[in-house]
Structure formats: C-alpha cells, structure tokens
Ligand binder design. Structure first.
Ligand SMILES: [Mg+2]
Length: 363
C-alpha cells in the first residue's frame, strides 16, 4: 500500500455568540478555523489528521503542501514509525516546533487513522485500551474578561451537565465569579496563557487560594520557564498545569525540575499520536498526570479522545466551550451531560462530513 495524495482542507466555523465576542489569542474572535489533512492511499483507504490551526494555519498549510506532503507520496502508510522518523530527521533544520511540527502532527494523526481502519479497530482499541463508551469532558470557557459574562458562561456550562469548569481569565474578580457560580463542589481550573513573571504568579497563586483551584495553567512568561513554573508550584502552593506549547523533547526537563502537576501535551502540535504516546509514557515514569490540551473540533479532538481512552483513562477531555451552527463532525463534538462519546468506528471512528466541508471550506 502506498500514499497516493495528501490534501489540506481548512474550514471556518462561525461561532454562535450571545453578547460580546470572546477573546482568543488576545483578539476578539467570532469563528474557529480547523486545518485538516486527508491522506489517500492507492487501496482506497483514507485517513484524516489535524494540524494546530488557530491563527497560524496558512503557514502550517504551506508547510504540508510544499514540503512535508510531497515527501510522503509513494511511502507505505502502515509503516508509521519509519515514515515519521524520516520526516522528523528531514525537518529538523526547519524547526522542531511551530508550523513544521504542527504539519507533522496532522500527518501522523492521519496515518494512525489509516492504521485503525486497516485493523478494523477504533484507535483507542488499537492502542490497547479496554472497551469504553465515553469520557468526562470539562468546559473550557473562552476568555470574557467580564465577571458577569464569566458567571453566565459558567452557569450555562453547568446547565448543560458539565461538572468541571476551566476559565481563561487572569483577574481575581472573574475567577471569583466562576467559583461563586459553580459552588464549592465543582472542580475549577484557571488557564492564564502565560501572563506573569514568577513573582507575580506566586502572588496570584496565593491570592487565588480561597477559590480552591484544581490547577493554575501556564501562569508564567515565557512558557518554557520550567524552573519558574516549579517555583510557582512550590511557593504558591498550587497545582500547576502546562505543556500545550512544549515540544515532545521539552517534557523531560519539565518533569525533572518538578514544573508541573499536570502535563498537557497537545496532539496537533507535539507530533501527533506517536509523540503523545512517548510523552504519556515519560510522564508516567515521573508520576505526573497527563491531561491533554485539546482545543479542537476536528480530527485533533477525535485523536485526543482515543489517546485519553487508551492511555490516560482518568483524564477529563478539554472541550472548548463554544457552539456552531454547523461543523463537519456533527454530534461527535458534543458532550452530553458532561460526557463525550468515544467514536467506535475504525480509526478515529468518524470521518468529517464532505457536504459540511464544502459549505465551510476556506479557499
Ligand atoms: Mg491552555
């Protein structure tokens, strides 16, 4: 079997927004872009992958279309380790993180989708997981900046059955609003997206202690300041989560200095299913819990479900808390009563709907 073609497909999904637009990457955002990759084989089996798409997708897409995709044509899609190993070596000079690695992540996910389809098994079963129907999800609220809006979204998430809430806020008033709305029994996480110095983060961790956070995520600038994260964890007496911006090889140093209580590798950034497996194994050896980052709605979310089900079955699934009129995966992205189904078909378990792709596609 050989890889015959690789196509990149971008869909833009307008969000349903009540009130003011949430912030993503520091800017008001009204839609989400998903960069998907389809790998076709000469035997009629196709696989789907996703590369990190938010904001950077034109560069990632170019990396696949011009550089990485062509290197895959004619290769055996079932020899995932061999192909991805060659790609890693060929790409090292163009960057071990960023668009090159996001592109490689999409290719790797699509190859695992093909592997599952060839084996006739859902990916989580192929990876050794026991039969399982669903996983708990947590509502990963977007950033609103306004305590009343945070309270409203928290309430909405709870009313939909979520029993775990994460806010992307950096102000005490907003975090307090989430805790007061959720009550004392709902696990509450805070994702900061790297705003503070170590001293500021330690100070914030202490100020936030009354809100009983399950974790403080990426509190420190820059994200690779692992010693700084360790200090926040130790002096701030708070669980720290990080890893969505790390490449696979960064995790060892992160674990060695005790930077995190929760590691958050991201399947569309870190190198796909293959690298996720390595990071999860490494984390286990250090006694660090893995709770993958999965702010995605395409094959990246599906791959995250399978990885969690197979390898870290106690971890909740991050579900970005926003709604769309239309998305290529229909109900597969929708948790019910706070739980999200693991697609049981072979590979990633479900393919995107081509009719929806045509409607949402960015040309
Ligand atoms: Mg995060």
């Amino acid at each position: 079997m050989k890889i015959k073609a690789i196509e990149t497909i971008v869909v833009n999904m307008p969000m349903k927004i009540a009130g003011s637009a949430p912030l993503l990457g520091g800017k008001a955002r009204t839609s989400i872009d998903t960069l998907m990759v389809r790998i076709d084989t000469d035997e009629g089996v196709s696989g789907w992958g996703e590369a990190f798409g938010h904001r950077i997708w034109p560069a990632t897409r170019a990396a696949i279309d011009t550089l990485i995709g062509p290197q895959c044509i004619g290769r055996d899609p079932a020899a995932i380790g061999a192909l991805v190993g060659d790609l890693q070596r060929n790409l090292h000079g163009v960057g071990r993180n960023g668009p090159a690695m996001y592109a490689l992540s999409a290719i790797d996910i699509a190859l695992w989708d093909i592997a599952g389809k060839l084996a006739g098994l859902p990916l989580y079963r192929l990876l050794g997981g026991g039969l399982r129907q669903d996983l708990p999800a947590y509502a990963s609220l977007l950033r609103y900046g306004d305590p009343a809006a945070v309270a409203r979204s928290t309430e909405e998430a709870l009313s939909r059955g979520y029993r775990r809430i994460k806010v992307h806020e950096i102000g005490e008033a907003q975090i307090k609003a989430a805790r007061e709305t959720a009550g004392p029994d709902i696990p509450l996480m805070v994702d900061c997206n790297c705003p503070w110095t170590v001293e500021q983060a330690v100070d914030m961790a202490r100020r936030l202690s009354p809100y009983d956070l399950q974790w403080l995520e990426e509190p420190v600038w820059p994200p690779e300041n692992h010693a700084g994260l360790a200090e926040v964890r130790r002096r701030g007496k708070i669980a720290v989560a990080a890893g969505e911006n790390a490449m696979a090889a960064d995790f060892k140093g992160m674990f060695e200095v005790g930077a995190v209580s929760y590691a958050q590798p991201s399947v569309t950034k870190v190198g796909g299913v293959s690298e996720m497996r390595k990071v999860i194994t490494l984390a286990e050896s250090f006694g660090v819990e893995v709770v993958p980052h999965s702010a995605y709605f395409g094959p990246g979310l599906m791959a995250s479900l399978h990885l969690i089900a197979a390898l870290v079955p106690e971890a909740p699934v991050e579900r970005f808390f926003c709604d769309f009129d239309l998305n290529p995966y229909h109900d597969a992205i929708h948790p019910k009563d706070g739980r999200i189904a693991i697609p049981q078909g072979p590979g990633l378990g479900v393919d995107p709907d081509p009719k929806v792709i045509e409607k949402l596609r960015v040309r």
